[in-house]
Write a protein that binds this ligand. Structure first.
Ligand code: GLU
Length: 549
């Protein structure tokens, strides 16, 4: 289910109909709506004027307004807010005219059920999104701003700068999959973006999340380029995603969606072209289905088309926990640099998915006391320390952390501001902003998520002397072991876990030391230093290859 509620304004004068619609919305599983109801147009216009409404459900025939004029007045007041018309069977012709005049859809009140109402709302919002600039994602702005800052400091060649600001290839697909009842067909948007093709095949995860759009995927692909270059892996950056909430899908639906998405992007991917991996909302099972679908299409098994597969299918030992493990290797190096004794320290981890849970586990193994943790359902705080095994057991049984007995509940905002030595961010983007950066109390901020800190917040943290392990280093453990998986697959050999962890550690620490040296020598924050390391390598490669034709 989406994180934020959709704010609906229902303008309907028949109380029976408005109650029916509210009841249907409560019964709809995939939407979280907050509905406000008014029974006159004047009241509706007044409410719209105050802002915050995502969608209007509009009866055209009201005591104070009639027919298309009702729609025109709403459009005039809030041209950007989509309108779905509610009509009775006798007025369908009028409703159709309203759609011609700019309403997104119409719904016949007597034929409504939760599914049709929910779908009309979801599809309308998807169309609004598709019409607005897909590139206009805050994350893509952040990725571009960070890059431009680094480019300016390093006096990057202007031609290269322009070249790197946008991805080289993008594919947007809209594709269907069957719901389990086989009656409903769901249509969703999917993306695959390849940022730089000059460094070798492109590499990056596939994200399933209800907020995914082209801009977000493009930002993540750009970060993959810098990450791979900084780790000196022979890959350019890519990323993919499907705009869907995977928690609302059954296993079979997830499998059908994954297989169809794989076929939609099949011309872009391949073991020598572009190699997907797991990201938020996907896992090794999703990778197994992608690999199987690709293999079915080409007629033989191609394990190296994805990484992050189950080990039995050619996945690498240590890949699942690699991002968390890598983050903690780096936290250890950073702690040593700032003179922090981890065995006497306290840590807070935001997120309890793959990255968060493994980060917490490995942090605890260093002797750090985990005093705060969170997931989508809640934040937990216990100054005496949280027992990781008990948390994992609780989540295995209850799916989420909410209700865990041995801790106090805290909000996400409170969690970030807890007094601690290490704060590991392993959840969403855009968490540390100008709003809260000066209230963070940690000494070391370790970014396991992509894009959790804004540019303004970076400046504040830098001024306050908080040591930041930026995402392009912090979470690079995942793609580094993905690289090992690809190498083992292409050569048909396997490495031991000890060998993998040792290689991982050496690659990460080498990148960390190079970044730290640059940061110190050029008086830069760690993020800018890391980006300059990455951008320099890509630039050198591009200049050496020259320009075709
Ligand atoms: N999705 C992960 C990341 O953001 C891993 C990508 C990969 O393994 O290719 O780095």
């Amino acid at each position: 289910m989406q994180d934020q509620a959709i704010h609906l304004l229902l303008i309907e004068d028949n109380p029976l109909h408005s109650r029916l619609i509210q009841r249907l919305l409560e019964g709809e599983q995939q939407l979280r709506c907050e509905v406000e109801v008014v029974d006159r147009l004047a009241a509706g216009l007044e409410r719209l004027g105050r802002g915050g409404i995502d969608l209007v459900l509009l009866d055209l025939v009201l005591p104070d307004s009639q027919e298309l004029d009702t729609l025109f007045q709403v459009h005039e007041a809030v041209p950007e807010v989509p309108v779905v018309i509610l009509t009775s069977l006798d007025d369908v012709t009028l409703a159709a005219r309203a759609v011609e005049a700019g309403a997104y859809d119409y719904l016949v009140k007597t034929h409504l059920n939760s599914v049709s109402l929910g779908r009309a709302i979801r599809y309308t919002l998807a169309r609004v999104r598709a019409r607005s600039g897909e590139w206009e994602a805050p994350m893509f702005r952040l990725a571009q701003q960070q890059f431009l800052k680094a480019a300016q400091i390093m006096a990057l060649d202007d031609n290269i700068r322009q070249r790197l600001l946008f991805p080289q290839r993008t594919q947007v697909v809209s594709f269907p999959f069957f719901r389990d009842d086989r009656a409903q067909v769901e249509t969703v948007f999917g993306y695959r973006v390849q940022h730089v093709l000059s460094m070798g095949p492109t590499k990056g995860g596939i994200r399933y999340h209800e907020e995914v759009d082209l801009g977000e995927v493009a930002a993540l692909a750009m970060w993959m380029t810098w990450k791979c270059a900084l780790m000196q892996l022979p890959f350019g950056g890519a990323k993919g995603g499907v705009r869907v909430d995977p928690t609302t899908l059954s296993d079979r639906e997830l499998q059908r969606l994954t297989r169809r998405f794989t076929v939609e992007i099949i011309d872009m991917i391949g073991p020598d072209k572009d190699i997907p991996a797991p990201d938020m909302g996907t896992n090794e099972r999703v990778m197994a289905w992608m690999m199987d679908t690709y293999s079915q299409q080409v007629g033989y098994t191609v394990p190296t088309v994805v990484t992050g597969k189950p080990v039995v299918l050619g996945g690498s030992l240590g890949r699942k926990e690699a991002t968390g493990r890598g983050l903690v290797y780096l936290v250890q190096a950073a702690a040593e640099h700032i003179g922090l004794d981890l065995s006497k320290s306290t840590a807070v981890v935001q997120g309890f998915g793959n990255v968060g849970s493994y980060s917490a586990r490995f942090l605890a193994e260093t002797g750090a006391k985990i005093i705060g943790i969170s997931d989508v359902s809640t934040g937990l705080y216990n100054p005496n320390g949280l027992a990781l095994d008990a948390l994992l057991e609780y989540v295995a049984e209850h799916r989420v952390l909410k209700g865990y007995p041995d801790a106090d509940e805290v909000t996400n905002a409170e969690l970030l501001e807890l007094d601690c030595d290490v704060l590991a961010l392993a959840a969403l983007q855009n968490q540390v902003t100008v709003e809260n950066a000066d209230r963070l109390k940690c000494k070391l901020l370790a970014e396991g998520a992509n894009g959790p800190t804004t540019l303004e917040a970076d400046d504040i943290l830098d001024e306050r002397g908080v040591f930041v392990l930026p995402d392009v280093i912090g979470n690079a453990g995942g793609v580094t072991v993905s690289y090992f998986e690809w190498v083992q697959g292409t050569q048909n050999l396997t490495w031991t876990l000890e060998e993998i962890n040792a290689r991982l550690k050496s690659i990460l620490l080498d990148a960390f030391q190079r970044t730290l040296r640059r940061a110190q020598a050029e008086q830069l924050d760690m993020r800018t230093a890391a980006l300059i390391e990455g951008v320099s390598r890509v630039t050198e490669a591009k200049l050496l290859r020259g320009l075709f034709p």
